[in-house]
Design a protein around this ligand. Structure first.
Ligand SMILES: Cc1ncc(COP(=O)(O)O)c(C=O)c1O
Length: 499
């Protein structure tokens, strides 16, 4: 179909108007964008013919090559086609049932219903705190990290980086970091390892994902602490595993209290040094029972050792992994708590039998990277900055915990139960009812305070009512102010409940 005179005039005039507007784009880009927008919006319908490139160039007063470049690009993207001897035409580009303008707001949302698995992952995801303050759990004192020293190390290692660090890697991480970590873990955590057993990941989370995908099949069971860490649970759900509650008390997780009839586990996830969130330390008999149960079921234990550095009254507890020879344990560590979460560096200590498979699968699924940051971190550790920073933070968090206890003392005197334990980055306050929990959380939000409801840490509803109170990333003033607020709010609500 030859373009009608009116149609031809319309295209030329509309393009002339577009080109007359001020713009930082090249003429070709502006021609391309205008024509593409009109095609997508339906103003140039399927089958419409364009004026010839010669006509367009002449009437717009621009070079023919400029017009041809725009037409070539739209042809390559499938919006236009050249019919030999006839001219250039708009293609029927909307496939069958696809309707709507791609850029129209809401067009994507209307079709993006989550999978059941996707929905479950979201169910596990608490609302994230967008700033570090009282009482966001798990956030370290970001402003105390020695940023200048870190920048210097990054610069130094960036300048020295061998070319292969910019390539695809599959070594399991920078050897210097694996070596430095190995020395540290052997000494401070009694982990049994050689550098070859360490796989550097982008945080503990990526470690959990790898373990879940590589060691368990869809539908197999993973026992997870109840209450427990939702981040790890999301990874298990994402891998299609069946998450089953493993009861926890003041001696840590108890495999002997798993209800009869519970499916045998393929994986068992635990935080033995400092149970998250209750704060319990797993006793030796419980550790031995756990190892025995894992061996009996042919299961792997995932030992998440996320914040052991922060014990204020005693040395860190030795790892479960190092307790016996050939323990069926994968030890998971992270730098998110001791340094900062945005660093995205963590690690697995793998039994020999799994090392090769994990390295290969990680290189395949996640790709290795951040070698400059890894090398800088190795130097941070071997030059002694790591131990210094950890010991400074240990003292700071000890003081902040004491401060929070002082701030809440009037409520404790009236019966509020706070978790014991001189460790970690948070305390747990027990509450008398889920109603009080809900009301405190909602009221706190309007006061700019983040309260994490303990009941959300349970797989089985209704869970136990309480609050998880992170103090490590909150300043002394924030702890005092938010602590006072919580004291008053709890006292008012609990006396109302008692009436
Ligand atoms: C129990 C527990 N494990 C591990 C992590 C660390 O995860 P990542 O290294 O992915 O930041 C956290 C962080 O909140 C945690 O609370």
């Amino acid at each position: 179909m030859a373009p009608s005179h009116v149609h031809r005039l319309w295209i030329v005039e509309a393009l002339a108007m577009q080109l007359a507007l001020p713009s930082a784009l090249t003429l070709t880009q502006r021609l391309y964008q205008s024509l593409r927008a009109w095609i997508q919006e339906g103003e140039l319908g399927a089958g419409s013919a364009l004026p010839s490139s010669r006509q367009l160039a002449r009437e717009l007063g621009i070079g023919r090559n400029t017009v041809l470049s725009a037409i070539d690009r739209l042809t390559a993207e499938g919006f236009l086609e050249t019919r030999p001897g006839a001219g250039v035409f708009v293609v029927e580009w909307r496939a069958g049932a696809v309707t709507g303008t791609p850029s129209a707001p809401g067009a994507v949302a209307a079709t993006s219903e989550l999978s059941a698995r996707g929905q479950r992952i979201l169910d596990f995801s608490a609302v994230l705190s967008d700033r570090f303050t009282a009482f966001a759990p798990g956030v370290p004192a970001l402003d105390r990290f020695p940023r200048e020293r870190w920048q210097r190390l990054l610069r130094r290692h960036h300048q020295r980086a061998p070319l292969e660090w910019h390539d695809y890697q599959h070594q399991g991480g920078v050897p210097a970091l694996r070596g430095a970590l190995c020395d540290y873990l052997r000494l401070s955590r009694s982990v049994r390892c050689r550098p070859e057993q360490i796989l550097i990941t982008q945080g503990a989370q990526q470690g959990f994902e790898l373990i879940a995908r590589l060691l368990a099949d869809t539908g197999e069971a993973v026992w997870v602490e109840e209450p427990g860490y939702g981040g790890a649970q999301s990874c298990f759900v994402a891998a299609g595993l069946d998450t089953l509650p493993l009861p926890v008390d003041e001696d840590g997780a108890n495999v002997n209290r798993v209800p009869v009839g519970t499916s045998a586990p393929r994986l068992i996830y635990v935080t033995p040094s400092h149970q998250y969130p209750s704060g319990a330390t797993m006793t030796l008999p419980r550790r031995m029972a756990l190892l025995e149960a894992a061996q009996r079921h042919g299961a792997w234990i995932i030992e998440d050792d996320y914040d052991s550095e922060f014990r204020y009254a005693s040395a860190p507890i030795a790892s479960l992994q190092g307790l016996i020879d050939d323990a069926p344990v994968i030890y998971v560590g992270t730098f998110s708590k001791v340094l900062y979460p945005g660093l995205r560096l963590g690690y697995l200590v793998l039994p020999d039998a799994l090392v090769e498979a994990f390295k290969r699968a990680n290189a395949r699924l996640n790709r290795e990277g951040q070698y400059v940051a890894q090398a800088a971190l190795a130097a941070f550790i071997s030059e002694g900055h790591f131990v210094r920073h950890v010991s400074r933070m240990r003292e700071l968090y000890r003081q902040r915990q004491a401060r929070l206890r002082r701030a809440l003392a009037p409520a404790v005197a009236r019966g509020l139960v706070l978790s014991a334990g001189q460790a970690g980055m948070h305390l747990v306050a027990e509450l008398e009812s889920l109603d009080i929990e809900t009301e405190l959380v909602a009221r706190a939000r309007t006061a700019g305070i983040l309260l994490s409801p303990l009941s959300r840490y349970f797989l089985q509803s209704p869970g136990r009512p309480g609050l998880v109170l992170g103090y490590a990333g909150a300043t002394e003033t924030e702890i005092d102010t938010a602590g006072r607020w919580l004291c008053d709010a709890w006292c008012a609500l609990s006396s109302r409940e008692a009436q």
